[in-house]
Design a protein around this ligand. Structure first.
Ligand code: SAM
Length: 286
């Protein structure tokens, strides 16, 4: 699998041209033939195959670059996309706050460009299972292609379904459900049978009104507790030899991520009978 491969570069590997404190990294997928044009500096693909990561190469104009395999974050930021992808700034918190663990059974919808799928597949590891739903052909194709490009092949832990998640969730015994669809509140009723108790439901929403509607659906269901909604703000800094200052281009607001834990609803098996008070997302004081 490309993401875990070490050793010399091979055709099909994503690689990056780096410089220290100069231009931005340049990402390209290695091919058997052809020429790479790094901002006017040309390198034949064939000459890079077989080089070790970290290799130093010099262009015909005398410019030096270092070659490495990109991080998953960089691949997600640079890979071809049709639908907007969830960027590392949100994918990182999703993995930890949704507590996506090795071996987990996870559903995500929609697949889109496959950005979040990549982060989830890496987190669940070889013993986990990821189900990715989408209802658009183009997303199904682009998402699958981006995932396969990164791993070198379609991972056996990944099941992609053409499905409308608003209609229902056919996959059961899920540990986590992660949504990136316009109306995540439509999915809340389907989690009752598909998401394990104690499991976590999370949604990325570009707008605060969507996040609010989702939070209210969780509250109204009476089956969720520990509601957390957050916005991640990332501020990159430019580190020069004499000055250190924020990058001119600031990262815009991309959206909000909401998390809640699936618990027993009223009258469901598992409800405490002792009258003990349980906090839930339905707390009317909130
Ligand atoms: C913003 S993209 C998802 C991006 C993806 N999370 C990523 O990181 O690359 C939203 C996707 O949801 C899909 N979608 C929208 N409504 C859906 C539904 N009801 N069921 C399944 N997929 C849906 C769209 O086709 C689109 O591909």
């Amino acid at each position: 699998m490309t993401s875990t491969r070490s050793g010399p570069f091979a055709a099909g590997d994503p690689i990056e041209f780096l410089q220290f404190g100069k231009a931005k990294p340049y990402l390209v997928v290695l091919k058997e033939q052809g020429t790479i044009n790094v901002r006017g500096h040309r390198f034949p693909h064939a000459e890079l195959i077989g080089l070790e990561p970290g290799a130093r190469v010099t262009s015909p104009q005398g410019e030096e670059f270092f070659l490495v395999r990109p991080t998953l974050a960089r691949w997600i930021e640079s890979m071809p996309r049709f639908a907007t992808t969830i960027y590392p700034k949100e994918a990182g918190p999703i993995l930890l706050y949704a507590d996506v663990f090795p071996g987990a059974r996870v559903l995500e919808a929609g697949l889109g460009s496959g950005g979040l799928s990549l982060a989830l597949l890496r987190a669940i590891g070889p013993s986990g299972r990821l189900f990715s739903y989408d209802k658009r052909d183009r997303s199904l194709q682009q998402g699958a292609a981006n995932v396969a490009q990164w791993f070198g092949e379609a991972p056996s832990t990944h099941t992609i379904r053409e499905a409308d998640v608003y209609e229902g969730i056919p996959d059961l015994d899920l540990d986590r459900v992660i949504l990136d669809v316009p109306e995540p509140w439509q999915v809340v009723p389907h989690t009752q049978h598909a998401l394990r108790r104690g499991g976590i439901l999370s949604a990325f929403t570009p707008s605060i009104t969507q996040a609010h509607a989702f939070g209210n659906a969780l509250r109204d269901s009476g089956r969720f507790a520990d509601l957390l909604m957050l916005e991640t703000i990332q501020r990159p800094w430019k580190v020069g030899r004499r000055s250190v200052r924020p990058e001119n281009q600031s990262t815009p607001n991309t959206g909000f991520v909401t998390f809640a834990r699936h618990v027993a609803g009223k009258g469901e098996a598992g409800e405490a009978s002792s009258g003990e008070r349980r906090e839930s997302a339905g707390d009317p004081a909130a």
